[in-house]
Design a protein around this ligand. Structure first.
Ligand code: F6R
Length: 601
């Protein structure tokens, strides 16, 4: 995820309007930033690091960039580390075309190869750089600027929100597919951005662009067209958000926003990594796997729950795998040999316990892999390999979208390591449908009703079996982390070995049960046990399992591949935790005593 902006008609203020806009978009990415301002020539400035680094560099310049139009970008790396060269805007060789992009160009490698054959040279590692180069090729072939942009965009596969500026042209060109892009209509000025707050200071009148639409924007006019070039009449809306809501895209908290970003996060995690036709998973970052090896996962907190899930997937595929808490592994590591792969699952890539466990494993001769969200993080740099989950930045301390992206990425890793077979072919369509299934959960959840019924209860238990066990643990962790109420998660069969003593009508039990096999059947037995003690039961289920007959409430998830049902079930539990914390007026985005990245052991 990245933040992009384009402005037309701001005269002498162009640079400050672009930079101010970027400062409101930093929540979308903050590892590097850049701007390009255009009149007869392009003036591009970009820097690795936070936006403030770029701002300082621009302040030091005797001749800051000027232009009638300008674009800006704040980056969250997916292809190539955060460096000055990889920062956006990207340009063509002659420096006529500058592009800012949010999304992932899936076919960039093929496009690069094609362009290289025509003599085009590339300087960055990014997927984006192909875009200005395609547009420049079309300009060289005689196309007018608008046609050249269209021809370039037509060749792209993947997700993108793009804003393009061309030297000598006072218009901006924009295109959208699967990444957000909104147009702001001002007085003698127009704006394009990933999110409304970027221009809210200047106008509240906005037009939301849809997938497949193009916009041509100048100081005093804008035109939206469809993929065929036919004009689309768009209605504008007036946004009415409070100042503090703006960075949250209209949501009350970053947590809720990030919960709702999950369909996009999963699309990014999957982008370019599954092929429905040949039924295979491709992870470009990793070498071709050799013989299946022993795999040890190390992780902490929410990431540990993802690691438990990843280890269970591998064991199902016949690969010996286990998950350990990093803090334990660091001082009491499992035996390793040269055929052991130790996988650190860490969204931040900076958790001290996990880094320590990975270093211990490496020193003992194991190969190491970081599964992380942060390109260039310590875990990514220190491990022999890195696999990115591509969830985009997460501001709320409580992990939500990064957990879902971890689960999806671990599915891809499991296929990669276990050797791909007919099972992979069956999994891929379900994976590709998962973002839509997740959207259905968000659209239809009745979590608020459940929360209203159980406000003020004493304790909350979460149970699940097999791949739903990590979901039960995660459901309880998220709940206690932000509600400050007591909650515990268990393997469903374990409750009767002690904790059942605590179960009363004052302790709601959330039971995650999907499908109808032996595991589901046994968990229903456990549900009956708690119900016999008077506990209210909330079933998180796909409607296939008959658990709903025994439940006081049902939180439904769409039917999917059995490996992916935990991803959907977890979203219902995120919503339960969020709404309970909201009813209790807790500090949701910054829970007491906690930090986003725990850099002490
Ligand atoms: C809980 C949460 C933490 C982290 C843990 C590890 O919502 O976010 O439990 O999962 O501190 O962090 P990473 O994944 O950065 O290693």
């Amino acid at each position: 995820m990245c933040g992009i902006i384009g402005v037309a008609g701001c005269g002498d203020e162009t640079l400050s309007v672009v930079l101010d806009g970027l400062s409101t978009l930093e929540y979308r990415g903050y590892d590097s930033a850049g701007v390009a301002l255009t009149d007869e020539t392009l003036d591009v400035a970009k820097r690795e690091g936070r936006l403030s680094v770029l701002q300082s560099a621009l302040e030091e310049r005797a001749d800051p960039p000027t232009g009638e139009v300008g674009v800006g970008h704040t980056r969250w790396s997916t292809h190539g580390p955060p460096t000055d060269v990889n920062a956006h805007p990207h340009t063509d060789q002659a420096g006529r075309v500058a592009v800012v992009h949010n999304g992932i160009i899936e076919n960039y490698q093929q496009l690069r190869d094609d362009l290289r054959e025509e003599g085009v040279e590339f300087e960055s590692d990014t997927d984006t750089e192909v875009v200005p180069k395609l547009i420049a090729a079309a300009l060289d072939a005689g196309a007018d600027p608008e046609t050249a942009v269209r021809e370039g965009v037509d060749r792209l596969a993947g997700s993108y929100a793009l804003v393009v500026t061309i030297a000598g042209d006072d218009r901006l060109f924009a295109a959208r597919n699967d990444s957000p892009l909104v147009l702001g209509i001002g007085d003698g000025a127009h704006y394009l951005a990933s999110d409304v707050p970027a221009f809210l200071e200047h106008t509240r009148e906005v037009v939301y662009l849809n997938d497949g639409e193009f916009a041509t924007v100048s100081a005093d006019d804008y035109r939206v067209t469809d993929a065929d070039g036919t004009r689309v009449e768009k209605e504008s809306t007036t946004v009415n958000w409070s100042a503090e809501q703006t960075g949250k895209g209209g949501y009350d908290h970053f947590m809720l926003k990030e919960i709702h970003e999950q369909p996009t996060a999963l699309r990014q995690s999957l982008s370019g990594r599954t092929d429905a036709l040949d039924g295979r998973v491709t992870l470009e970052e990793l070498d071709e796997p050799g013989d299946p090896r022993r795999v040890q996962f190390v992780a902490a907190g929410t990431s540990y729950h993802a690691a438990l899930y990843g280890a269970a997937l591998l064991r199902q595929a016949g690969v010996p795998a286990q998950a350990s808490l990093s803090s334990e592994y660091a001082t009491a590591p499992a035996p390793v040999s040269t055929d052991t792969l130790v996988v650190g699952v860490t969204q931040s890539g900076e958790t001290a316990d996990t880094l320590s466990a990975l270093r211990e494993a490496r020193d003992r001769g194991a190969e190491t892999l970081a599964v992380t969200n942060v390109v260039g993080s310590t875990a990514a740099r220190e491990c022999a390999h890195a696999l990115y989950i591509r969830a985009g930045p997460e501001i709320c301390v409580a992990a939500t979208k990064t957990f879902s992206s971890q689960l999806v990425t671990l599915n891809l890793l499991a296929e990669h390591l276990a050797g791909q077979d007919a099972g992979t072919r069956k999994l891929i369509p379900a994976l590709r449908n998962l973002p839509d299934d997740l959207q259905a959960v968000l659209d239809q959840s009745v979590a608020t009703t459940v929360v209203d019924d159980y406000l003020g209860k004493e304790s909350f238990f979460f149970i699940g079996r097999g791949l739903h066990h990590p979901v039960a643990l995660e459901g309880a962790l998220k709940f206690k982390e932000i509600t400050y109420e007591h909650a515990e998660g268990f393997a469903a069969g374990e409750l009767k070995h002690g904790t059942l003593a605590l179960v009363t009508p004052e302790t709601p039990v959330f039971a995650v049960v999907t499908g109808e096999g032996e595991r589901a059947h046994k968990t229903i037995g456990n549900v009956k046990e708690v119900q016999a003690r008077g506990a209210p039961v909330v079933a998180v289920t796909d409607g296939v399992s008959e658990v709903q007959r025994y439940a006081d409430h049902v939180l439904a998830v769409p039917e999917t591949h059995e490996r992916l049902a935990p991803v959907l079930a977890n979203v219902q539990l995120q919503l339960v935790a969020y709404h309970m914390a909201d009813r209790l007026s807790r500090s949701i985005d910054k829970p007491r005593n906690l930090a986003k990245s725990v850099t002490v052991e």
